[in-house]
Design a protein around this ligand. Structure first.
Ligand SMILES: CC(C)(COP(=O)(O)OP(=O)(O)OC[C@H]1O[C@@H](n2cnc3c(N)ncnc32)[C@H](O)[C@@H]1OP(=O)(O)O)[C@@H](O)C(=O)NCCC(=O)NCCS
Length: 181
């Protein structure tokens, strides 16, 4: 697990998934995710047109090169199929506070829903963040009607810390402290 393992080798793996940095050649994969209506309805960014998908891809690449983590390209280990993005982003996640935190964010392509991938992958991301990056705290948030993310937050041991509203939609916020530091 090093920051040098970027484009070809996974940064880390879980039982069924591999996680690597995004590269410019991943535009079509990210577009298939961010332009899927069933995904866009539940993400904070919503539907992304092609220009926005490219901006998002470049944000992930730039953040990874600066911090050694960002949204990561997630694939099945056995088939190599792209299943979604998952990772940590250092950003102002709650507009009522101006602090940046490392936020766990994920989106799985609907073709791969209900296989436990978001739960399994989130556990691996948390482990990487706490054990390898030694982050003191990781936060998470979801729209209040996103029951699946709520279940995942509970299973991962997140503590609910705040509610806030963005563009008229209520968001539930959580945090988890690093037990190792
Ligand atoms: C939310 C999302 C990541 C879940 O991905 P996934 O890989 O299908 O999730 P998992 O298979 O790990 O399942 C999560 C849990 O939700 C449960 N669940 C599934 N559908 C549910 C429903 N309609 N109501 C309640 N719980 C539900 C599952 O049963 C599972 O819990 P379990 O393992 O105890 O059975 C995926 O649906 C997605 O990408 N949605 C669009 C984008 C999004 O919402 N991203 C998160 C923003 S915070």
């Amino acid at each position: 697990m090093t920051r040098l393992d970027t484009q070809t080798k996974p940064l880390f793996t879980s039982e069924r998934l591999a996680f690597r940095a995004f590269s410019q050649s991943d535009f079509d994969a990210l577009k298939s995710l961010h332009q899927h209506p069933d995904v866009a309805v539940s993400t904070f960014t919503g539907f992304s047109d092609d220009v926005r998908v490219l901006e998002e891809l470049n944000e992930y690449i730039e953040e990874y090169s600066r911090l050694g983590i960002s949204q990561l390209y997630v694939s099945e280990k056995t088939t190599g199929h792209f299943v979604g993005r998952m990772g940590l982003q250092h950003r102002v996640w709650n507009p009522e506070r101006e602090e940046r935190d490392y936020e766990l964010r994920f989106a799985i392509h609907p073709d791969f829903w209900s296989k436990g991938y978001a739960t399994e992958g989130s556990r691996a991301v948390l482990q990487y963040g706490f054990e390898e990056l030694r982050l003191p705290k990781i936060v998470m948030a979801h729209f209040d009607d996103n029951t699946k993310s709520e279940v995942i937050a509970q299973k991962l041991g997140f503590k609910r810390t705040c509610d806030f509203t963005v563009k008229g939609r209520v968001i539930i916020g959580y945090e988890q402290l690093n037990p190792l530091v």
